[in-house]
Ligand binder design. Structure first.
Ligand code: ZN
Length: 424
């Protein structure tokens, strides 16, 4: 925008003569006053806005906020608001959190008291603290922060409100609303910080994806087959995938029409799946390169279920391990590799026998590794379609298989397709 356009905009806002405003602006700009400050000065001169809601000269654009700032003033539109209780220094505090935006960008916020604003409100927020959250600056709205309705609505290009399809849900999201069908729901008693607590865990789905959830305040509406609108959930990573969390502040409303749920998992290249950082219910196709140590006949700790090596559990030391079956296979589709983990049932399928068969085979050979060897003989070099839940951590990507089947497609064409994708 040039001075002329700024002057025109200001003049129409203030209802004064454009030439007069332009002269004022030019005068200030000659003294190297930044344009935003110059405009505010002209506004003040013409008496627009009085009291606390006038942006102060230290107001900043959202994309300028850094953790070096403190006590910033921004004029923003509220995109989302979530409510939850956190324990802070021994006290339960109810906080509001979500995202704010102006035309330059989006910033997340935590409000330590209820300022009463809602998504869609345009606000001038004064003296907000800035801290780092999830690697980004976040505004902290506290006792010394002022919140006032902005003089003019803030127009933004972002979606206002927390409605999202499941495929767009990410760990760290707050104040999200989803419309889903409950696919699984199971009550569990956990020992939390306030003693024994009943929670409900399960899986919900929509047209785009499925995600696990935890309801920390179990309510009867959440049962398999129910079609629900769930408002105000927060999302955190659980076993490597995003998980919806329902709190006392979440609301659950039955929907009149059924939600259709994707029956197929999205099929991705291994590279794309790994790049997502973790996915619930995804499908990949690739060749088994090798079977890793810790496959076949294994022993688990009776306390924690971890795999025991040489009679030693990492947490519980010397234990009497319980026999189990498992496969850890390296799958490669030409874009990347992933470790596929088969549980006891899937392992029994590929081995062609259950735990008792494996134990007697090991006994006959006087060697446990015969089970893993036999599995390797049948899997390595073959192409498989694998569906399951993908988690990614510092040690690599792991796909906990729910389905593991020989690929219908010819492996060579899969490899060509994978290579073509790499070449993109
Ligand atoms: Zn253990």
């Amino acid at each position: 925008m040039d001075v002329n356009s700024h002057a025109e905009e200001l003049a129409s806002d203030l209802g004064v003569d454009k030439e007069e405003v332009k002269a004022d602006l030019q005068n200030l700009l000659e003294y190297s006053v930044p344009i935003d400050e110059a405009k505010q000065s002209v506004r003040r001169k013409h008496g627009s806005g009085s009291g606390g809601s006038t942006p102060t000269p230290d107001s900043v654009d959202v994309d300028e906020i850094t953790t070096d700032h403190d006590g910033v003033t921004v004029t923003v539109c509220v995109l989302t608001k979530g409510t939850r209780t956190i324990r802070y220094q021994g006290d339960d505090l109810t906080i509001r959190e979500g995202e704010l935006a102006d035309e330059t960008g989006v910033v997340s916020y935590t409000a330590w008291q209820d300022f009463g604003f809602e998504p869609g409100d345009s606000l001038t927020i004064g003296n907000a603290g800035v801290r780092e959250w999830d690697g980004e600056p976040e505004l902290n709205l506290n006792d010394s922060t002022t919140v006032a309705i902005a003089e003019e609505p803030v127009e933004v290009d972002h979606e206002i409100g927390g409605d999202r399809a499941l495929v767009d849900i990410e760990a760290g999201d707050r104040g999200r609303n989803v419309e889903v069908r409950v696919l699984e729901a199971e009550s569990k008693t956990i020992s939390g910080r306030d003693g024994e607590t009943e929670i409900v865990e399960g899986v919900v789905g929509d047209e785009t994806a499925k995600l696990p959830f935890t309801d920390w305040q179990p309510r009867p509406e959440i049962e398999p087959g129910a079609d629900l609108r769930i408002e105000d959930v927060y999302v955190r990573e659980f076993r490597g995938v995003p998980s919806l969390n329902l709190t006392e502040f979440s609301t659950v409303t039955p929907l009149p029409d059924p939600i259709s749920v994707a029956t197929d998992a999205p099929r991705l290249s291994v590279a794309d799946a790994v790049a997502s950082g973790g996915m619930f219910d995804v499908e990949v196709v690739g060749n088994v390169l090798e079977i890793r140590d810790g496959s076949g006949l294994i022993e688990r700790c009776p306390e924690c279920d971890r795999v025991v090596q040489n009679g030693q559990c990492r947490s519980h030391g010397d234990v009497d391990g319980e026999d189990d079956l498992r496969v850890k296979a390296i799958l490669d589709d030409g874009t990347d590799t992933v470790t596929v983990v088969l549980d006891d049932d899937l392992t029994a399928e590929v081995y062609g026998g259950g735990l008792d068969d494996a134990l007697s085979a090991a006994q006959d050979a006087m060697d446990k590794s015969v089970v893993a060897d036999e599995i390797a003989d049948s899997l390595v070099g073959q192409a498989y379609r694998v569906r399951g839940n993908l988690s990614v951590d510092d040690y690599g990507a792991t796909l906990d298989a729910t389905e593991f089947a020989l690929a219908d497609d010819d492996p060579a064409s899969i490899a060509r397709a994978a290579l073509a994708e790499v070449g993109e």
